[in-house]
Design a protein around this ligand. Structure first.
Ligand SMILES: Cc1ncc(COP(=O)(O)O)c(C=O)c1O
Length: 380
């Protein structure tokens, strides 16, 4: 199959971008919208920052909130998921004697956030192993104890590309009096998200991964009942606004952070528009069919596909041993593909992200790279 709409992207035609999952890829129509906002900002700088920015941000958030099934006042723009996780860790009143439950699929930076807050505030962390194919709820329950106060789970895990049952985990947490925190970094534009019905306490997700927004656009959603827990992490004008913003306090704290470029937020609705216009009808045909084909080819090379729930990402266990950074570099230098290689729980994995802009030749080059690495594994 040929790539579609490749002309919408600034991606280097020499390099196969098979790692959409890490940073996304912003289409030109969305970048143009971002540049238009930057131009507006530079044309009438003071007016833009002083009078227009706050109402514009509220306007830009509205279609995104609707798409995510959320009330506008329960959402705030943040630059990325990691930042949102910091706000949540800062908000929760945790201290000595308390424990936060994560699991071995959680993202490295998220672990770091919790480790730093835990060390500072004196609470502890526990990571529940969730073996591939095991029931996540059973694994979490096995590691819950009387000190557990909160659970942190990814909606779609990063290294293993697993779709976790966050709605059930939310209900489980609620039934045990735990706060549920969902890292939805990969969810918007990738799986259906209905925040009002999800039944969790905190959720955050990137718009710049699968919803085509410019880099630096994400949403933090906080359940009504938990909004009173929020407190400023960055202290700026939003803490005591001098003009009426029309935003709830917690949103003003999170969003109004001194002088910064809000163009990625303002262009986020263009990402949503792009998704609706070009991508949604193509998902089945281009991404899922290709994933089946790719899986067969990887299996022929001896790679073991990890469980898959119709995502545009799938991880594979590589059938040889190699130093991940070196193999990643070889795939880039010799085969001109950007394909992540890493270890998870001691297993050597690679993860393919498929989008409509991916070309079969790029996939063939990646497969050749994996094949060559298998043959020459000893030297890698
Ligand atoms: C599951 C998960 N959580 C959080 C993040 C962090 O995203 P960001 O770097 O945009 O904060 C990522 C990034 O890939 C991720 O995969």
């Amino acid at each position: 199959m040929k790539a579609r709409h490749r002309r919408h992207f600034l991606l280097d035609p020499e390099v196969g971008h098979l790692n959409h999952g890490s940073y996304g890829a912003t289409p030109l129509p969305v970048l143009k919208e971002q540049w238009r906002w930057q131009r507006e900002m530079e044309t009438r700088t003071v007016e833009f920052h002083v009078r227009r920015q706050e109402p514009l941000l509220r306007e830009a958030r509205a279609p995104i909130a609707k798409y995510l099934g959320a009330e506008l006042d329960d959402t705030a723009f943040v630059v990325n998921t990691t930042t949102a996780m910091n706000w949540v860790a800062h908000a929760l009143p945790l201290g000595p004697g308390d424990e936060v439950l994560l699991n071995d699929h959680e993202y490295g930076a998220v672990f770091r956030v919790w480790r730093v807050f835990a060390a500072e505030r004196g609470f502890s962390l526990r990571s529940a192993p969730i073996p591939l194919g095991a029931d996540p709820l059973t694994c979490l329950e096995a590691h819950r104890n009387e000190r557990t106060r909160a659970v942190v789970v990814s909606q779609i895990t990063s290294a293993t590309a697993q779709l976790l049952p966050v709605q059930q985990i939310g209900a489980w947490a609620r039934g045990r009096g735990l706060w549920s925190i969902v890292d939805g970094a990969h969810a918007p534009g990738h799986v259906a998200v209905d925040l009002a019905r999800l039944g969790v306490d905190f959720w955050m997700g990137n718009l710049h991964k699968w919803l085509w927004a410019p880099k630096g656009a994400a949403i933090l959603w906080v359940a009504r009942a938990c909004q009173e827990l929020m407190k400023p992490l960055i202290v700026s004008w939003g803490v005591e606004p001098t003009t009426a913003l029309g935003e709830p306090d917690w949103v003003a704290w999170v969003q109004m952070q001194a002088t910064r470029d809000p163009s990625a937020f303002l262009a986020a609705p263009a990402g949503l528009e792009y998704q609706r216009r070009y991508h949604e009808p193509l998902v089945e045909r281009y991404c899922f069919q290709r994933m089946h084909w790719l899986t067969q080819r990887m299996e022929q090379l001896g790679a073991q596909p990890l469980p898959w729930s119709k995502l545009k990402m799938r991880a594979f266990e590589l059938p040889f041993s190699a130093e991940p950074t070196r193999l990643h570099q070889t795939l880039f230098e010799k085969f001109r593909v950007e394909l992540p290689v890493y270890r998870w729980e001691g297993i050597l994995l690679t993860r393919f992200s498929l989008q409509h802009y991916v070309d079969d030749q790029e996939l063939e080059r990646a497969l050749q790279g994996v094949s060559d690495a298998r043959v020459g594994a000893g030297s890698l």
